[in-house]
Every structure is written in structure tokens, then in C-alpha cells.
Ligand binder design. Structure first.
Ligand SMILES: [Zn+2]
Length: 427
């Protein structure tokens, strides 16, 4: 087991689950026993118990929300962490459900990142020592900056940078929930769903069965989430965002860790189908945290020209004065998204690659045709972001209707037309 990853988050996990009081007496006993032990005195037996406790917490939370009939079927299915070389993160057989220890370590880390990101995106900086280098950790979501989740544990991010401070309930409780009620819960729920749906017990399922199990697992995880409401307090709101985001984060991780192109494709299809039932709620905060954005991999030199001076110019969501840019070579982190608006028309360009790039902005009018929701979904699914933007924008640069708004917002973010925290993306 990746003992460092798991051990490091033990204390966090054990103190911060809001539903702790509902756990079975045996589980509460284990939690108390582990909690009383300083992490630096942990033995390998303690770590194994910790893995078991993590899974038991997810399992008991999921069972608590099931109907009597379902609980009767699921209650005697044990969930275990096992050493596995096969690369399959989780599976089930007639004896129970298995999660590979490596996968469990990754899921715990993913939940920790998710808790961090939801907290800081809510506008609350982590209390970290002031330093230029670590400032981004304190104020911006990190998951969108990781080009791949395949090596989420490599290199090690110092835990202090992503762990909530003890006693900061608004950060700590959702972060604990992001693990036991989020990433780990979704994987356990998915395997339980295969059993409850009567799927044949094997390591490889058809895509249809995977999608059916995802949808069932989604309902189980959402049953743990607080209902959405306008005046929800921040803690409740953050837990809700985490519940919506966690299943998608797990699917992104499955995609990124796929060793075959067909598996990666399957993970993408599963995410697309899950978006269909998640609805527009996904395209607010959750998608912004789950989906990778432009990754600052390298610097490039860019010269931007235009046929007409823009009324508004943005680079990666940061408003820039056209006069400051005209005739100059800029140094940007690539890929960079350049967006401009002029008299109700819009231009978009993306700069990737190294060396010096030359970009000419050509303006296009909004696409005046009425688009059905299915057409907009199609554009979104194929990631034709500027086309989607032109299909949903009004001449004043707003969403043209309430129905178009979530599509408009998703497109605007992708082409760098929506303001965001500017840290690290452009100077
Ligand atoms: Zn499955």
C-alpha cells in the first residue's frame, strides 16, 4: 500500500466526517482507537485497519440511505482493500467487493484535492505562510491545473498545502466528506450497483452495464448530499458541490489512468452519459474544478494583431488593455486563450506550442439560428467551444436565454472569455 499517502490523511479523515455519530459501534470503536494514536506511531496493521475503516465509512453511509429491501441485499456484502497488480481499481465477486490498495490511495488523495479546491474556489483562502511560491495553493483550484490524474501521487505535493487546517470546519468537514462520501463512496457504490442490478460478477463489464452502474451509483451518492437550496449555508453548499463533482472526478481519473485507448474512450462516454443525468448543476462550480483547463506547460511568445481594435480583449479570462498589447510581443504560458469583442462580434484564438506565434483576430457575428438543447449538447460534447459560444451569446456578450446560459458559461470559460482568478496564467 502507498502507506505515505494513506497514513498522511488518516487523522484528517477520522475527525472530520459529519455523519460520524451514525456509524456502527464496531466502526466507531475502530475510529476512536486509530484517532487516539499519533500518526507517527502507526504500524502496518494500523494502516490496514485505516484502509478498512475508510471503506467501511463509505459503505455504511451508502447503506444508511438505501430502502429496506436494498439494504437487506447489500448489508452482507463486505468491502475490502486488497493488494492487486492487475490495474483494475475495483471489482466484485460472490464474496464481496474489492478495491485495490493503490486505487484507494489515489481516491483518498483525489478527495483531499477536491475538498481543497472547493474550499478555495469559494473565495476562502487557506491560511498558509505567505510565500510567492505557495500562494497559488492557497487561492486557486489545483485539479484543473493537473494535465493528468494518472500520477496524482507523483510528485508528492506537500500535504500542508492541500490539507485543511485543524478546527476550520468549513474546510475540514467537506474535505473529509469528499473522501468518504465522495470519491471512495462513488467507487464502492458503483460496485454495489453492479450487484444490485444483477450484473454478472466479473472484472470487465460491457459499456452499457458500466453506464447503468454509474447512474445507480450517482443516485446513491447524491442521496448523501444535502438538497440544493437558495439560502444554503456555505458548508452545506460546498458539500453539495463535492457530491456533484466527485463522481466526475473519479471518471476523469479512470480516463487518465487508462492504458488502452478504448478504455479511455469508455471513460469519456461514461462521463458524457453521467452529465446527461447530472444536468446543469454540473456545469457550475463542479465542472470548473473537475475539468482540466489550459495547462501552463511552457512559455511562448505571442504577437496579437486585429483587423479592428477590440472593445474588450481577454487572455485566459484576464481583461487586458488593447493598447498595452498592440505591436508588442507577449510572453504567455501556453496554451493561452485569447478572446476579443467588437461591436457585438467576437473573436477567439488559442495559442499552443513553443516559439513565437502570430495571431490575427477575426471577428464573427453571433449565430442567429435557434438551437435545440440537443444541438447545444452536441457542440458541447464535441468541444466546439467557440461555435457553442456564438450559438448562445447575445450581441451584448451575455447568454441569450436562460436555457442557453449553462452552455454559454461553459463555452465562455473554455475560450477564456470569462473572468477568473488570474493567478499564474498570465502576467
Ligand atoms: Zn463497473
Amino acid at each position: 500500500m502507498r502507506t505515505t499517502a494513506v497514513a498522511a490523511f488518516v487523522a484528517l479523515l477520522l475527525v472530520s466526517v459529519p455523519a460520524a455519530a451514525q456509524f456502527s459501534p464496531e466502526l466507531q470503536q475502530s475510529i476512536q482507537r486509530l484517532n487516539a494514536k499519533p500518526p507517527n506511531t502507526w504500524t502496518s496493521a494500523d494502516l490496514a485497519e485505516m484502509a478498512a475503516v475508510t471503506l467501511a465509512m463509505s459503505r455504511e453511509m451508502l447503506l444508511s440511505q438505501m430502502s429496506e429491501a436494498r439494504r437487506a441485499r447489500a448489508a452482507n456484502v463486505p468491502v475490502r482493500a486488497v493488494a492487486s497488480e492487475s490495474g483494475t481499481p475495483a471489482w466484485a465477486d460472490e464474496h464481496g467487493i474489492y478495491i485495490s490498495e493503490d486505487a484507494l490511495g489515489d481516491l483518498i488523495l483525489l478527495g483531499t484535492y477536491l475538498g481543497h479546491d472547493v474550499y478555495v474556489e469559494g473565495g476562502e483562502p487557506l491560511q498558509l505562510p505567505p510565500s510567492f511560491v505557495i500562494h497559488p495553493y492557497a487561492v486557486r483550484a489545483l485539479l484543473p491545473l493537473l494535465p493528468s490524474l494518472a500520477a496524482i501521487n507523483q510528485p508528492n505535493t506537500p500535504q500542508e498545502l492541500i490539507r485543511c487546517a485543524r478546527g476550520n470546519a468549513l474546510c475540514e468537514q467537506p474535505q473529509g466528506f469528499a473522501i468518504s462520501g465522495g470519491t471512495v463512496a462513488f467507487v464502492v457504490a458503483h460496485e454495489l450497483a453492479h450487484l444490485l442490478l444483477g450484473h454478472e460478477q466479473k472484472k470487465v463489464h460491457s459499456l452499457d452495464e458500466e453506464i447503468a452502474a454509474d447512474q445507480e451509483a450517482w443516485r446513491m451518492v447524491m442521496a448523501l448530499a444535502p438538497d440544493p437550496r437558495e439560502d444554503a449555508p456555505p458548508l452545506e453548499e460546498n458539500v453539495r458541490i463535492i457530491s456533484v463533482a466527485a463522481p466526475f472526478l473519479v471518471l476523469r481519473w479512470l480516463h487518465d489512468t487508462s492504458t488502452h485507448a478504448t478504455d479511455a474512450e469508455a471513460a469519456e462516454t461514461r462521463a458524457e452519459r453521467l452529465r446527461d443525468i447530472a444536468g446543469d448543476e454540473y456545469f457550475g462550480e463542479p465542472s470548473r474544478i473537475v475539468e482540466p483547463e489550459s495547462i501552463p506547460t511552457h512559455l511562448c511568445n505571442v504577437r496579437i494583431d486585429w483587423s479592428e481594435v477590440p472593445d474588450e480583449l481577454m487572455i485566459d479570462g484576464v481583461r487586458v488593455a488593447p493598447g498595452d498589447v498592440a505591436g508588442k510581443t507577449l510572453r504567455l504560458l501556453a496554451p493561452a486563450h485569447i478572446f476579443a469583442r467588437k461591436n457585438g462580434r467576437f473573436a477567439s484564438a488559442q495559442v499552443a506550442g513553443g516559439g513565437t506565434q502570430h495571431v490575427t483576430l477575426d471577428y464573427a457575428a453571433p449565430d442567429a439560428a435557434e438551437h435545440t438543447r440537443d444541438e447545444l449538447r452536441e457542440l458541447r460534447g464535441t468541444r466546439h467551444w467557440f461555435t457553442l459560444y456564438l450559438a448562445t451569446v447575445s450581441s451584448s456578450g451575455q447568454a441569450r436565454s436562460e436555457a442557453a446560459a449553462p452552455f454559454f458559461q461553459a463555452a465562455a470559460r473554455q475560450i477564456g472569455a470569462a473572468t477568473q482568478q488570474a493567478l499564474g496564467t498570465w502576467r
